[in-house]
Design a binder for this molecule. Structure first.
Ligand SMILES: [Zn+2]
Length: 464
């Protein structure tokens, strides 16, 4: 099967130019002008007036994650299909090690959930809940098998939290084996003290989830884990950065030459603490770290512009408002943490970033696709429009507008954080390894099409 995409503007992290793209099978085989005259194809897609971009890569999703006595609602099927509608052709999800169990056991569980159910290519990071001699040895084996990133937490005491010694040992291990430690950096024990005080004072609404998790608790933990990484001589990647206090610590670290990298998410760029008001409705916006006052978002945009923040992922972890978020009525600490976002990321960043004049269209492609490909060992197979790369391509209409709504989105969740927001930019045709999986709002993909990605260690993190 040969597919020719003609007359579009190719937009990559490096630049934009008019050219046609020829796909043969699963791979890009030719890029040039007027290819229709020089070659034949089974199908021609006219991209006049549109961008041709590498498919989005969402490096932070949680499909079917068990959390707070329930499960994130999207399955690998519904969540990856929603991702595809939104122009994302690769996700990297998180397998979870249960306390007292092997990393391998958690990984096998998540591989089984995803296999045959996912409609786009996928990889896994590994959440480490227990750092001990055996799990440290297991890390080396996982790096060799294409799961080279490990997420640890300074938050969620009694569930995911690792103490400083455990975190330091994990950094020592990745310093040797080439892996990358990803950190959820908030001071969980201190947050729990403030949250308990608030509940005791009768402040039980979801809004107080946002208030209790002070920005300074994120700043403190961010500095701490970066310093531990520096001490061990290992790189570190901070997930879902939300606060200026944390970004300042990351900037300072990068300025002194530390291999520290940051991720932010659409919710921290587009939503604010005020969205958490309105009584229990605020539960729709409960995630950790929480939404912040608006001035933090402006700093995050600057961080993206200057590359202190490397990329944008979603932390997609959807819970229905009815029946799931409602577990936290009367105590905000019991609201499951997480938001739906996997379908909206590419469009929100185009609308708020490119149309909004904050970043160039090339930087947009970089933060949604190319940088995650490089950071997580998939480049140039993914995240690039180049001969030999996987034909993960999106024909993107930069002028089309649409209204985000739970009534039209494809995520399996009963609300949208962006209900009623009009965004400019839309994925018209989404191609995964040469196969059209979405066209004009219709799904043409299949669960069996996906492939598990064995990823290389994060060379990008070591070199840049
Ligand atoms: Zn997460």
């Amino acid at each position: 099967m040969r597919t020719l995409i003609t007359n579009g503007t190719i937009v990559t992290a490096d630049g934009s130019y008019g050219a046609d793209v020829l796909v043969d099978g699963e791979t890009i085989v030719l890029i040039g002008r007027d290819l229709a005259a020089a070659t034949t194809a089974d199908e021609t897609i006219d991209a006049s007036g549109k961008y041709v971009i590498p498919g989005g890569i969402d490096a932070h999703t949680h499909m079917e994650l068990p959390f707070g006595g329930t499960f994130a609602k999207d399955t690998f099927f519904t969540g990856s299909r929603a991702a595809a509608f939104g122009g994302t052709t690769t996700i990297v999800d998180f397998a979870v090690q249960s306390r007292g169990k092997a990393l391998r056991e958690g990984l096998d569980t998540w591989l089984a959930k995803a296999e045959g159910n996912t409609v786009i290519d996928y990889g896994f990071h590994m959440i480490m809940s227990d750092v001990n001699d055996e799990s440290l040895r297991e890390m080396d084996r996982l790096v060799d098998e294409g799961i080279p990133d490990f997420k640890l937490f300074t938050a969620y005491p009694g569930v995911f939290l690792s103490d400083d010694g455990a975190i330091f040992r994990a950094f020592q291990q990745t310093a040797k084996n080439g892996g990358l430690i990803m950190m959820h950096a908030e001071n969980g024990p201190a947050i729990d003290v403030v949250a308990a005080d608030m509940v005791a004072a009768g402040h039980t609404d979801p809004y107080y989830h946002g208030v209790a998790r002070y920005p300074i608790f994120e700043g403190e933990a961010t500095n701490r884990v970066i310093r531990l990484a520096e001490a061990a001589g290992a790189p570190v990647y901070i997930v879902h950065m939300s606060a200026r206090d944390a970004l300042d610590e990351l900037r300072a670290a990068r300025d002194r030459g530390t291999k520290a990298f940051g991720e932010t998410c659409p919710q921290y760029l587009f939503l604010t603490l005020d969205d958490m008001r309105n009584g229990f409705e605020g539960a729709k916006f409960v995630c950790s770290p929480p939404l912040r006052p608006a001035d933090h978002a402006e700093e995050l945009w600057k961080g993206l512009l200057r590359d202190d923040l490397a990329l944008v992922a979603t932390d997609h972890c959807p819970f229905d408002f009815h029946g799931q978020k409602e577990l936290g009525r009367g105590d905000f600490r019991k609201v499951p943490n997480g938001l739906p976002a996997v379908e909206d990321r590419v469009d929100l960043l185009h609308d708020g970033g490119v149309v909004g004049g904050r970043i160039s269209r090339e930087r947009w492609v970089e933060v949604i696709s190319t940088a995650p490909a490089k950071m997580f060992g998939m480049y140039p197979r993914k995240g690039a429009i180049a001969v030999g790369s996987d034909a993960d391509l999106v024909v993107y209409d930069p002028g089309a507008t649409h209204t985000i709504s739970a009534t039209t989105h494809h995520m399996d969740v009963d609300y949208s954080c962006y209900e009623g927001r009009v965004v400019q930019g839309r994925s018209d045709v989404v191609i995964s390894r040469g196969t059209v999986i979405v066209r004009d709002g219709e799904f043409h993909g299949a669960a069996g099409h996906s492939r598990f990605l064995r990823r290389a260690p994060a060379e990008y993190a070591r070199r840049s």
